[in-house]
Write a protein that binds this ligand. Sequence first.
Ligand code: PMP
Length: 436
Amino acid sequence: MSAEHSRPGSRLDPWIDAYADRAVGMRASEIRALFAVASRPEVVSLAGGMPYVDALPLDTLADTVARLIRDRGPAALQYGSGQGDVILREQILDVMGDVGVVAHPDDVVVTTGSQMALDLVVRVFCNPGDVVLVESPSYVGALGIFQAYECDVVHVPMDEQGLVPEALSETIERLRRDGRTIKMIYTIPSFHNPAGITQSAQRRKEVLDVALRENLLILEDDPYALLGFDGVVPRAIRADDADQVVYLGSFSKTLASGLRVGWAVAPHGVREKLVLAAEAAVLCPSNFTQGVVSEFLATQPWREQVDSFRDIYRDRRDALLGSLDTHMPPGTSWTRPAGGFYSWLTLPEGLDATAMLPRAVSALVAYVPGTGFYVDGQGRQNLRLSYCFPDPDRIREGVRRLAGVMEAELEISSTFGTGAALHSPEGSATPGPDLA
Ligand code: PMP
């Protein structure tokens, strides 16, 4: 192709100038490459939020799948309803009974993981430039969706009880004064990813009061609710208001993430839009994996399965917290999760989690730097530790290695002055959704 006929763009990607505005910000992070290394078996990965599916009764699941094909094969292998299988939707109501949500099967939309439900809600509600309020920090996979739809993400502070209602009200007031359109409050009230915090019942009520007063939709993302280590299942915000809240749930953490079955419960009109958007995107969720979940729920003691996951994760949480108590240098703090997969660690003054990651990976331990959980460059002094996948001994070893790296970095800062330990470049490191 001659020069005058060649398109603009770059030699690496000749389509670079053709993309829609919404694709411009979609970039793999520089730390993706590091995570390829971090997935080597010798590295203890405290990074990815992968559920420990090895603990599933695989033979039983194999029988479930065989029975599904044998007894309902033609239906299971066919296209299905855009809203999801009606029997599964009824079973989902039973699952949600635990968080206090009472609904009708018509209110439920089954999706390809709750990630897709998140995408559909944002697709249906948000124009470019609309504001979405999120916690500080927030789930990286949700931030990716908000950015893909060109929303303006604004972080609202959290404390140890969750989203701070006064800060929420002030932020809303300030943004509205500036003429901004706020579309929703996105919250992960239970066993937060990445903060490891659970909103108290009082906080949930206060957040709902703000949403009602300001007439803002709450997008309640609740995939970890059944994984509370003291057996308490926090009551969903949706349980106290069916009209103000879109509730998202998932079988990823209580059964298997690879099945990709999640759901949304939404007020009637919203639910209709979600189904239309889902049909446009994927026609229907997988009839086959819905059948596997439905069959499992109908024939297996699924609550016992959740109990066994909870016991495994509790042991791992204890291993993490115990070894952090033992090994972390002074000036480090971390959250003590009462359920779920994550603890959020704050490094001593002068350390930078992004800059430290290559050294950590060289020392055979990986984590996710805090900047990935913000859109505005916050989080340099933070990192997320996931304890869901490695066994307790590996977790202890990982923390010991991490502490060694931190000690070495602190040594550099004390010798050469605060800030001498490597600083990462501005705006780097948004981990991709492979870091669920
Ligand atoms: N929301 C949160 C807070 C999550 O942590 C995750 C997965 N890590 C999801 C949604 C998506 O889960 P899935 O699509 O597997 O249901």
